[in-house]
Design a protein around this ligand. Sequence first.
Ligand code: UD1
Ligand code: CA
Length: 455
Amino acid sequence: MLEVIILAAGQGSRMQSSLPKVLHTLAGQPLVAHVLQTARQIMADAIHVVVGHGAQAVKAAVAAPDVQCHLQAEQRGTGHAVAQAIGACDPNSTVLVLFGDVPLISKAVLTDVVAASASGVAMLSAYLEDPTGYGRVVRDQDGEFTAVVEEKDASPEQRRLQEINTGVLAANAEKLAAWLGRVDNHNAQSEYYLPDVLRLAREDGVPVTVACSDNDFNVQGVNTPQQLEALERRHQQVLADELMTGGVLIADRSRLDVRGRLQCGRDVSIDVNVIFEGDVALGDGVSIGANCMVRDAAIGAGAQILPFSHVEGAEVQAGAVIGPYARLRPGAVIGEQAKVGNFVEVKNARLGFAAKANHLAYLGDADIGEHSNVGAGTITCNYDGANKHRTTLGENVFVGSNSTLVAPVTIESGGFVAAGSTVTSDVAPDQLAVARGRQRNIDGWRRPTKSGDAD
Ligand code: UD1
Ligand code: CA
């Protein structure tokens, strides 16, 4: 049996934030969610999460049928944290400890550490250019592991060591529990340090295997906003690189953010400063202009999202053109070849094949038929202050500029609404609706003049 214990109880005081550290996000997901995902990938039989600081919020973030949470009421160190969960593990299990603030730890390296623990205890180290803040791996003259020394306890000489403890450790549950029982807190931070079990294992003659990661970026911990930003940027570059390997044309890998899952077809191009969130699928030949935000959306083949558009919870079908400066809100379905132009907001509305709303409009709770044209300044008045109502346009309807369509209302196919109309009743097929004050032109009218003593 393989059981994973994820430590997520710490406050993360160096983040200077009221949010528990493991809930800060990387690529749009809480740090601890990344670790959880990796634990699932290595097929752990049980997953334990130790919560403490902000326990309710952390519990809610990790809640799942395969996760058990254990409360560490007082944060007395990483060893003390593991001790809160170890009792719930099967004594014969192999326990793998992961830190909730080391989000990008990779599946492959964990599999190696678990395998290495078969002969005793295994930990994962790494060489870092800048090891500041990490526990250092101390070795004897023969290069044999002796101990992990925390930076605060390290001598100036030890601080120069560049091999660090990543926090990943694997051992048999029963033995780990026994060593944890012997760990003391006689150190600079008065904490019960998890890596002290490695020293105790050695004292008991149990071999300690140190696996060394060849990737210095997957093992990095997040303790400060600077480290979070650095890791986010590195991670985004890796994601961009993967997309480019798949053929996506990216204008600048340092100006792309993928905060979720992005699937791309062939010949997709993405200009600068684009943010993708949630689940996004881009069909073949889609182009996304500069400065767009696209969240939980499906964009069909050949569709173009022009610069500065905001697309959320929407489906854009093949060949449609959105923007520049368009806003698609949840439930927007833009049909093939349709156009949604600048300063048009669409919510919970369908535009049929080749329908157009080219400028300055609000289309909420509406069905717009094929080839219909919605003029500039048109608004669906979908909300009466209490309830929402639908507006329905048939095929080939023309709505003149600056019209208000007061829902519920239907304009049948071929209907024509004169500019500036307030449409409150249904329009039959091919009818013209004019609903505005009639124009009067008055002859001989004089403009007001200024009164005499105006100075
Ligand atoms: C820890 C290691 C250090 C290692 C580094 C790698 C110890 C004593 N130090 O240092 O050797 O180089 O990680 O990133 O293990 N946590 C709890 N309960 C606690 C304390 C911590 O759950 O009482 C959790 C934190 O939420 C965090 C993780 O354990 O997810 C690590 O704690 P942190 O305080 O960040 O340890 P570091 O100082 O980074
Ligand atoms: Ca840390």
